[in-house]
Design a protein around this ligand. Sequence first.
Ligand SMILES: Nc1nc2c(ncn2[C@@H]2O[C@H](COP(=O)(O)OP(=O)(O)OP(=O)(O)O)[C@@H](O)[C@H]2O)c(=O)[nH]1
Length: 572
Amino acid sequence: MSLKTRLLGLASILIILAASASWLAYRELSEDIIERWGKQVTEIQVRYDSARLLQSLEREIGLARQMAQSSTLLQWAASPDNPELTSAAIRQMESFRNNFRDNSYFVALRENGHYYYNNSDNQYANDQFRYVLDPEKPDDAWFFQLIEEGRDFHLNVNPDQELGVTKLWIDVLMRDERNEILGMVGTGLNLDTFLQDIVDIGQEGITTLFVDYNGAIQLYRDRNYIDFASIIKPEGQKNTVDLLFEDRQDKQQILGMLQMLKQRNGEDGAVESGFVTIDGRKHLAGVAFLPAIGWFEITLLDLNALVPTSYLWPLVAVFLMSLLVSLIAFHLIIQSRILKPVLSLEAAVMRLREGRFDLPYLPKPDNEIGRLVDHFEKMTSTMRDTTAELEHKVAKRTEELHRLARVDALTGLKNRRGLDEVIEQEIQRAEREGKGFGLIWLDIDHFKTINDTRGHQAGDDILCRVALWLKATVRPYDHPGRWGGDEFVVLLSPCDKDTLEQIANRVRASVEQESQRTGTSVTISVGGYFSQPGDDMDTLLRNADQALYQAKRGGRNRVCIHAATGEETHPA
Ligand SMILES: Nc1nc2c(ncn2[C@@H]2O[C@H](COP(=O)(O)OP(=O)(O)OP(=O)(O)O)[C@@H](O)[C@H]2O)c(=O)[nH]1
C-alpha cells in the first residue's frame, strides 16, 4: 500500500473518529440544552395554564361562594317547605343565574333532597325544582358523598342524566351559623366550551390537562380519558393520569410528582418536571398544584414537535461539509508538503542509481523533507563533481598510458608499436589519396663495438644523441622512431622519391657531423624505400630493410634506396 493511501486512510479514520466523538458530544450538549430549555418552558407553560384556569374559574367560584352564603337561601334551606321563602329563594337563584358565566345554577337541599336548576335558555322558568335526589341512585351519589366528606368546595366533571348535560360543576356547601350543612349550590360550565378555551389551546406539541387531588383526569382534550363523576368512584376504578403513559417508570414518576407537590402543599409556584414517553415520543412533563381548587395542572411538551430534529440537519450539513473540506485540505497539504516531495525524491534517487546526475526540479517544502531534499541535492552535486574529476583523471592516465605504450623509454621517440600505428595509418591514407610516402630504416654502424669498448651506458648515450639528431633533422610532421636496439625508422609524409633521398642523406650526414663535434664519432647506414600502391606493412619494412642491408654491405656509412618494382636498390 502506498504512503499516500496509508496517510489518507489514517487521516480518514482519525477524522471519522473525531467527527463521531464531536457528534456524540454535540448530541449530549444539545440534548442537555434542549432539556434545560424545555424545563424552563414547561414551568412557564404550567404557570400560564394554571393562571388561565384559575382566572377563568375564580369569578365563578366567588359567585358560587356568595350564593352559598346568601341569607335568603340559607333561611329557605332551613325551612324548604315555606312557600314564601321558596319564592324569595328562587328569585335570588335567578338573580345569580344572570351573573354566572354559563347563566345556569343548581341548588340542592339536604333537608328534602330537592334539586333546583335553570339554564341560560331559562328553560325551567317557574319550574326550577327539577327532581329529588335519591341516596340510593348512583347518579345522585355525588351529593351525598360531598356532604359526608364535608368538603366546602369541590370541582367535578359530571354528566347530569336528568338534565342531559355534561358540565364542569362548581359545588359549594351551604352552612348555617352552627356550621351545619344545609345544602349545596353552584354552577356548571359547559364542558366542551371550557375544554376548548382552556385545554385545546391548539399549540403544536403542547398538551394541557388537569387532574384532581387523586390524580383522576378532569380536563383533557380526549374526553374518553376524563374521569366523569370521579367523586363517587372507588380508588382503583378512576381514570388517573398514569393511564396516559405506557411505561411503568413513567407512571410511577408522574404519580411521584403529584405526591411531592402534595407534600409541599401548593408551595408558591412549585413545579415538578421530568421526561416521559407518550406514543413513543419523548415528552417533558411539568406538574403544578393549584391549592385554590385542589387540582393539579399537567403540561406535556413534545420536544420533537417543539424542536424538530430537522432543525439539526443544517448543522449536520455544515458539520459534514467541514469534515469534507478538512479532508481535502489535509489531502492537499499532505500532497504538497510530503507526498509530492517524497515521490520526486524517490524518482531522483532512481535516476542517481542509474548514474544520471542531472536532477530534475525537486520541490522543497519548509520542513524536514525539504531539508532532506536539500541535503540530497548537495550530496548529488558533490558526487557529480567527484565522479567528473575521477573520470578526468582516469582519462588523463589512460591517455598517458596510451602514449607511454607508444614511446621508447630511452630516447623518447615512438617505439615499435607507435611506428606500426602511424605506418598503418599512412598505408590507408596513401591508398585513399593515391599518394605514396617514404620510409627510412637506419642502423648505427658497429654499435656492438661501442658497447663493448665504452660500456653499455655510453652506448645508451649514443642512442639518445642519434635520436636527438634524427628528430632535429627530419621535418616536424615526419615520424622518427626507434625500431629496437640500434635501429631507427623514419616515416616521411608527404614525400616523393627525391625528398626521400634528400632526407636520408641529410640524416646520415647530420649524425656523422654532429657525432664528430661531440668527440665520439659514429656513423649510420640508411636504407630507404618509397611506397608503391598496394604495399602492405611487411612489404614496406622488408624493402626498407633490404635497402639498409645493401648499405651495410656496401661498406656502411651510406644511403641505399630500394628501387621501385623491377629496379635494383641503388646507393644514393
Ligand atoms: N647500449 C645499448 N646497446 C644495445 C641496446 N640494444 C641493443 N644493443 C646492442 O647493440 C648491438 C647491435 O649490434 P648489431 O647491430 O647486431 O651489430 P653492429 O655491431 O652494430 O654491426 P653492424 O650493424 O653490422 O655495423 C648489440 O651488441 C646489442 O647488444 C641498447 O639499448 N643499449
